[in-house]
Design a protein around this ligand. Sequence first.
Ligand SMILES: NC(=O)c1ccc[n+]([C@@H]2O[C@H](COP(=O)([O-])OP(=O)(O)OC[C@H]3O[C@@H](n4cnc5c(N)ncnc54)[C@H](O)[C@@H]3O)[C@@H](O)[C@H]2O)c1
Length: 263
Amino acid sequence: MSKIRVAIHGASGKMGQTVIAALSCEPDIDIVGAVDIKSPSGTCCLPDGRTVPMAPDASIIFASCKPEVIVDFSTANAILPLARSAFEHGVRLVSGTTGISPDSLSEIDMMAKEHHSSAIIASNFAIGALVMIHLARIAARYFDYADITEQHHQFKLDAPSGTALSTAKAMAAERGRPFLNPEQKGGLQESRGLKFEGINIHSARMPGIVARQEVLFGADGQTLSIKHDAISRECYMPGIKLAVREVSKQTGLVFGLETLLGL
Ligand SMILES: NC(=O)c1ccc[n+]([C@@H]2O[C@H](COP(=O)([O-])OP(=O)(O)OC[C@H]3O[C@@H](n4cnc5c(N)ncnc54)[C@H](O)[C@@H]3O)[C@@H](O)[C@H]2O)c1
């Protein structure tokens, strides 16, 4: 069985390190290189004791290690140059970096198609979180009021989270009109959070949390709460492995794992 040759972008980061540990245990995946802007050219040590080349620039690793897939967890401003270089080198892209603009996503789709290549980008690889969004979409048909509260570790750069926005968009699309949101006459407007299609979105950033989201629906005499709690970064690994195995079967950009999971 030939193994899928994978390189990791953002390899020194929290997600990069967890992805290296998870993928290096897979019998059908071979980690062949690593990239991180803050690492000088050299080697990266894998959990099994092997070392692979490491460089600050992905194009060096594309040319020397010939990966088939690059898995990226870095920053949003790195994604366009990375995608361009990947497709030019015949490398497919799997990215979980959040905060990527809709314009950048369109450009990645265009570039991937031009090069007969593909990308899977997902703002959340935790399968439980995707099921949460799916359930929230169903509940959106039956409730007029909704709030989303998301909580993340203190180092998360963007707010609200990509998952909170994706959830709110899915709920509003399913409902076909904004949720009801009573006008606040007194007090401080900020205390109600960000308003999106009538949904209030609240964000907390603090140590002790990886990622957590609760969608709360309200109706006369009842509430429905749908909650997902990511206790450790391991929760993202099954989704990332699925994307690595599926990306070569796609064309252009697949945004989100929902279709791959049949949700
Ligand atoms: N989609 C998901 O399921 C999911 C889950 C967790 C985190 N994330 C996202 O993943 C991203 C990374 O998160 P993290 O917690 O690992 O952050 P981190 O800061 O720990 O790691 C990011 C790494 O990327 C490197 N980097 C930055 N710019 C680069 C560039 N131009 N080229 C190469 N390397 C570069 C940094 O040096 C750093 O080592 C964030 O956008 C975060 O929101 C997504």
